[in-house]
Design a protein around this ligand. Structure first.
Ligand code: ZN
Length: 170
């Protein structure tokens, strides 16, 4: 009896894990390669005005990364990019963004944000609740205690996988 229930248990485990694997395959589209994007995040309306293009107020919220070459890459307001819409402290300053662009889309999807301090030191940038010690990625009351959270800067190098790719290109 015990042996049988053990067998049933094992069967359930196997079914469970293969079920998971299947649903993963369904949901996962090929993820575009993560890349490093440099520049500063600007309000698109302002950037267009500098180029002699007047856009009306419907565009006043849209932000984009302005690259050193003067390209504008609009940022998706998702779980990570949203902070650039909410927090002007993140705009009009030198940044490095790890993220990707999907084929056929001009949009940049941000995964990691790096800013630079006065000494030009690279800082991994997110939000932090001092009470609960949990990171967050947009301005909001803390997920846990509902208190204010703060913008956090931590000295940190770029992720290894970017450096590896850059070395491979050389
Ligand atoms: Zn908290």
């Amino acid at each position: 009896m015990c042996y049988r229930s053990l067998l049933i248990g094992i069967t359930c485990l196997c079914l469970g894990s293969s079920g998971l694997a299947n649903s993963d395959q369904k949901e996962t589209k090929p993820t575009p390669k993560k890349e490093l994007f440099r520049g500063r995040v600007v309000i698109v309306k302002d950037a267009l005005e500098k180029r002699g293009i007047t856009a009306f107020e419907e565009m006043k919220e849209q932000v984009a990364l302005e690259t050193p070459e003067g390209k504008l890459l609009p940022i998706v307001a998702d779980w990570r990019g949203r902070a650039f819409y909410q927090d002007k402290r993140l705009r009009n300053r030198k940044v490095e963004l790890v993220g990707y662009q999907r084929k056929g889309l001009p949009y940049l999807q941000v995964l990691m944000v790096f800013t630079f301090d006065d000494d030009n030191q690279r800082m991994y940038t997110d939000y932090w609740c001092d009470i609960c010690s949990i990171p967050m990625y947009e301005i909001k009351p803390c997920d846990c205690c509902q208190q204010d959270i703060r913008l956090r800067f931590q000295p940190q190098d770029l992720p290894d996988y970017l450096t590896r790719d850059q070395n491979a290109k050389k």
